[in-house]
Write a protein that binds this ligand. Structure first.
Ligand code: R5P
Length: 351
């Protein structure tokens, strides 16, 4: 068998840019601890693209690509737990991840991926999200096709990664422009609040994901319990895809909106992440989190030079949450998950 291609990212370098007339550090340095987990974000470097470009798509199934991803959420979620209001039931969920080790999280992702593909019927056009959870859903979809349980499935990938994985797992793919609708889309998320507002884009794929997810007749978001937060943006910066040409004015506009922007840096290459659409990604921190996701989503997208931001408001039709109950893994819808936390919280308060 051909040896696996391991995609891994590491270091970054520093650079200064002018924002609002002041010299500000916008490229993290490798010694900056506050950005270290972000620096490890997966599949996000230009070298990956060049590595992948060496893979002929038709041969992709012959070369198992290991999409190595360091989960950048572990630290972020721990921060979320400490900064969330203790009166919020969802904050309890955010507190769970310190006990959620990587192996368990993988099991949760796998379980929610399996559950999601049960919604697919033969003949459907399926939006294929990006990221570790979506990757598992693509794999599970491929298994059902291989077992002849599903026929005539066509996938619409949201990234190079999901295209390669679909090929690898035997899911036929087409471009979005080749179809006139998408029946169902599966996608992961970085943060989800109780109202189904979502942050995506840790993998810099949010622009294509938003297009496919938004037009899908049914958009199903797949998460483990660690992604549920009481308020968006407290622990996770908001990814914004920006035209390189417009970087400085966009950074200034983001600062004017109260954000602290940081250009996402590549790993194992000095300089920025360049998206599959040839743009840059700016991660914007909001000190008090995001108060009005719908308003912020629109305001950011109104900045000339912004291609798309990672807020997904009114896009998801369903959010499946994989949660651990003792030894058992349960898949529940978001409303049920939040309600059970609320009653657990109330029980704890009255006890
Ligand atoms: O750009 C990346 C995507 O928005 C992913 O869907 C998101 O980062 C969630 O990925 P994962 O399932 O790996 O946590």
């Amino acid at each position: 068998m051909a040896s696996a291609v391991v995609l891994e990212c590491t270091a970054v370098s520093g650079m200064m840019l002018m924002i609002a007339g002041q010299q500000s550090r916008v490229f993290a340095t490798s010694s900056t601890t506050t950005t270290s987990s972000k620096q490890k974000m997966d599949l996000r470097c230009i070298q990956q693209q060049s590595l992948l470009s060496k893979l002929s798509l038709s041969n992709a199934e012959m070369i198992p690509v290991v999409w190595r991803r360091t989960d950048s959420r572990t630290r972020a979620v721990a921060t979320s737990a400490s900064s969330s209001s203790s009166s919020s039931p969802v904050a309890v969920a955010s507190g769970a991840p310190p006990g959620l080790d990587a192996g368990i999280q993988q099991n949760l992702k796998r379980a929610v991926a399996k559950k999601a593909v049960e919604l697919v019927k033969s003949g459907m056009i399926v939006g294929l999200g990006t990221g570790s959870t979506s990757s598992m859903a693509i794999e599970e979809l491929g298994k059902l096709i291989a077992q002849n349980k599903l026929k005539d499935i066509v996938g619409v990938p949201t990234s190079y990664q999901s295209r390669v994985l679909a090929r690898q797992f035997g899911v036929k793919t087409v471009d979005l422009n080749d179809v006139n609708h998408v029946d169902i889309a599966f996608d992961g998320a970085d943060e989800v609040d109780a109202s189904m507002n979502i942050i995506k884009g840790a993998g810099a794929a949010h622009t294509m994901e938003k297009v496919v997810d938004s037009i899908a007749k049914q958009c199903v978001i797949l998460i483990d319990q660690s992604k549920v937060v009481s308020k968006l943006g407290l622990a996770f910066s908001l990814p914004v895809e920006v035209l390189p040409f417009a970087l400085s004015p966009v950074l200034r506009a983001l600062v004017n909106l109260g954000g602290v922007p940081e250009i996402r840096t590549a790993l194992r290459k000095d300089g920025p992440v360049i998206t599959e659409l040839g743009n840059m990604v700016v991660d914007v921190r909001f000190a008090d989190g995001i108060n009005n996701p719908a308003e912020l989503e629109n305001k950011i997208n109104m900045i000339p030079g912004v291609v798309e931001n990672g807020l997904f408001v009114n896009v998801a039709h369903k959010v499946f949450v994989a949660t651990k109950d003792g030894e058992e893994i349960l898949i529940v819808e978001l409303a049920e998950f939040v309600a059970s936390l609320k009653s657990a919280n109330e029980g704890a308060t009255t006890a």
